[in-house]
Ligand binder design. Structure first.
Ligand code: PMP
Length: 377
């Protein structure tokens, strides 16, 4: 728990937009420690970011090595490791002829995707889904459903219609030839882990193709092994036009990216960013991919171990994304878990478990035991 002195300094010098009460000082694998030395199994992973666990030696070493060679140079020059990373990401996406634009966060990836969709289609409208989350910048916020996030900032730049997630007739009803793109998550994460219903992604793909609208899959939370495949859309039989990604891409080093299909790219000068795809981020991401390549085959099994352990509480699960609807019980359940050495997350009245992908079976069993105690109490 945080010392009074540090809390006071935060209260005085930081904007108070984040609600928080703990000071985590270090981490290793799926475990973290607070400033009093208490140990926790981390089922939050920096909000689905610390994919290879905290301070994976390969990732830490890669960042340190790169930090001694070149920290920053800008996209005025070729950047070491950047093209190789783009190649690896395109290959993992399965998008033949795809190209990458790097960003520094998930919102910026979404921002790039909507700008690309606008500029290449020449159309202005978007369609997104209720309870979907795509980020906080003005463009990404235009596509994010939650009124609490949107209303203080209207008018928003993009005209966006919101349809019930899974409702293909609803999508057809608002679709017309003014729509530049349809954006959706393959598993709604911030909503509380709701996987797309069977056949939904395929049906959205058909509606987009029929109407010349781009299908933008937001993989910011679901990408890089989180759902047991490299990208969440790969559970369905589709090829999106644009994929956005971030979070797990660099194990916590800030980075994002989009992959766009062949023929869809920014022209010189149309978009950019000083830090985008910098040497340190590329090094962190290469090391992350090296680790994920070794463990990706085991992620669905680990997720099922969570699901089986929590079966009495009807969890939704895809890979290592697990959600349990709790409503008002969420906060006391989270507090109980925390007091008993397990960090969990509440989102929109749902318990959400998004642990590091390197979490061990023993850690899963220990976390499940505590979470079940909290849910049964
Ligand atoms: N899209 C999705 C699906 C997300 O889950 C998030 C973050 N929770 C974002 C976009 C925004 O990413 P960032 O916070 O890195 O800007």
């Amino acid at each position: 728990m945080v010392q009074d002195e540090y809390r006071d300094m935060c209260e005085t010098y930081l904007m108070r937009n984040f609600g928080r009460h703990m000071l985590i000082t270090h981490g290793k694998g799926a475990r973290v420690w607070d400033d009093e030395g208490n140990e926790y199994i981390d089922c939050v992973a920096g909000i689905a970011v610390c994919s290879t666990g905290h301070c994976h030696p390969k990732v830490s070493e890669a960042i340190c090595r790169q930090a001694k060679e070149l920290i920053h140079i800008s996209n005025l020059f070729y950047i070491p490791g950047q093209a190789e990373l783009a190649k690896r990401i395109v290959e993992k996406s399965g998008i033949k002829g795809g190209r990458v634009f790097f960003s520094n966060s998930g919102s910026e990836a979404v921002e790039a995707a909507v700008k690309l969709a606008r500029v290449r289609t020449g159309k202005k409208r978007f369609i997104a889904f209720k309870s979907g989350f795509h980020g906080r910048t003005f463009g990404a916020l235009s596509l994010t459903h939650k009124e609490d996030y949107r209303l203080p900032f209207t008018p928003l730049p993009y005209d966006c219609s919101f349809v019930e997630y899974g409702d293909i007739e609803g999508l057809k009803a608002v679709m017309d030839d003014t729509v530049a793109g349809v954006i959706l998550e393959p598993v709604q994460g911030e909503a509380g882990v709701f996987p797309a219903p069977d056949g939904f992604l395929e049906a959205v793909r058909s509606v987009c193709t029929e109407n010349d609208a781009l299908m933008i899959i937001d993989e910011v939370q679901t990408g890089f092994g989180r759902t047991g495949t490299w990208f969440g859309f790969q559970h369905a039989d589709i090829e999106p036009d644009i994929i956005t990604m971030a979070k797990g891409i660099g194990s916590g080093f800030p980075m994002g990216a989009i992959v766009a299909r062949e023929g869809l790219e920014f022209l010189p000068g149309e978009h950019g960013g000083t830090f985008n795809g910098g040497p340190l981020a590329c090094a962190a991401s290469h090391a992350t991919l090296d680790v994920l390549e070794e463990i990706i085959g085991d992620i669905e099994r680990k997720g099922q171990r969570f699901r089986d352990g929590l079966a009495a509480h009807h969890p939704r699960q895809r890979g290592l994304m697990i959600g349990v609807t709790l409503g008002d019980r969420c906060a006391p359940v989270k507090d109980y878990c925390e007091e008993h050495g397990v960090l969990v997350n509440c989102t929109s009245g749902n318990l959400r478990l998004i642990p590091p992908l390197v979490i061990t079976d023993e850690e899963i069993d220990q976390a499940v035991r505590v979470i079940n105690e909290a849910l049964d109490s």
